[in-house]
Design a protein around this ligand. Structure first.
Ligand SMILES: [Zn+2]
Length: 166
C-alpha cells in the first residue's frame, strides 16, 4: 500500500460511506495505520491509499508508533466554531506547506472499527487534523484552501517533475 499523491484523481473523488465493517475494512484500517506511522503523519484518509471509503485514522502521538491509533468511520462534523490559522502539509501533496484557516473547535461523530458510535470533541491541532482528513473524504486537498496563484504554481512544479520522470 502506498500513498497516492497529487494529481492522482482518487484524491479529488468523494469517498463512499462504509455500509458494512467487514474484514476488508479491518485490514484497510490496519494497513492505513502502518502507512501513516511509516510516513510519520498524524492522519490519513482511505482515499489517500487508493480506497474511496469514508475511513480516517489519526494519532497526534504518532511518535509512539501505534499505541494510540484513532479510527473514525463515516465521520461527520456536527459542530464547529471559532477559527485558527496553522501551517499545514499533506502526505499527498509533497513539498507544500501553507497557512490555512480552519475551525478551532469542533465535534465530530462517526463509528469506531466495531461499529460503535463515537463522538469526538476536538480543538486546535486535533480539530485541524480532523477537518483535513474529512476534507480528503470529500475530495478536497489543502490546495483547495490556498490562493489560485499558489495552487497553479504547485501544479506547474508537479507537471514539470512528472515530465522529467518520464
Ligand atoms: Zn492530507
Amino acid at each position: 500500500m502506498k500513498i497516492c499523491t497529487y494529481p492522482d484523481p482518487i484524491l479529488m473523488q468523494e469517498a463512499e460511506p462504509v455500509l458494512n465493517i467487514d474484514q476488508d475494512i479491518q485490514d484497510l484500517i490496519d494497513d492505513m495505520g502502518t502507512v501513516m506511522y511509516e510516513a510519520s503523519g498524524i492522519g490519513l484518509a482511505a482515499n489517500q491509499v487508493g480506497v474511496p471509503k469514508r475511513v480516517i485514522v489519526f494519532d497526534l502521538t504518532y511518535r509512539e508508533k501505534g499505541k494510540n491509533l484513532n479510527i473514525l468511520i463515516n465521520p461527520t462534523i456536527v459542530l464547529a466554531e471559532d477559527t485558527v490559522e496553522f501551517e499545514e502539509g499533506c502526505l499527498s501533496v509533497p513539498d507544500f506547506l501553507e497557512k490555512i484557516t480552519r475551525k478551532k473547535h469542533l465535534k465530530a461523530t462517526g463509528v469506531d472499527r466495531h461499529g460503535k458510535p463515537i463522538a469526538i470533541e476536538a480543538q486546535d491541532l486535533l480539530a485541524i487534523c480532523l477537518q483535513h482528513e474529512i476534507d480528503h473524504l470529500n475530495g478536497k486537498l489543502i490546495l483547495d484552501h490556498v490562493s489560485h496563484l499558489k495552487r497553479s504554481l504547485y501544479k506547474r512544479k508537479v507537471e514539470k517533475s512528472m515530465k522529467k520522470a518520464r
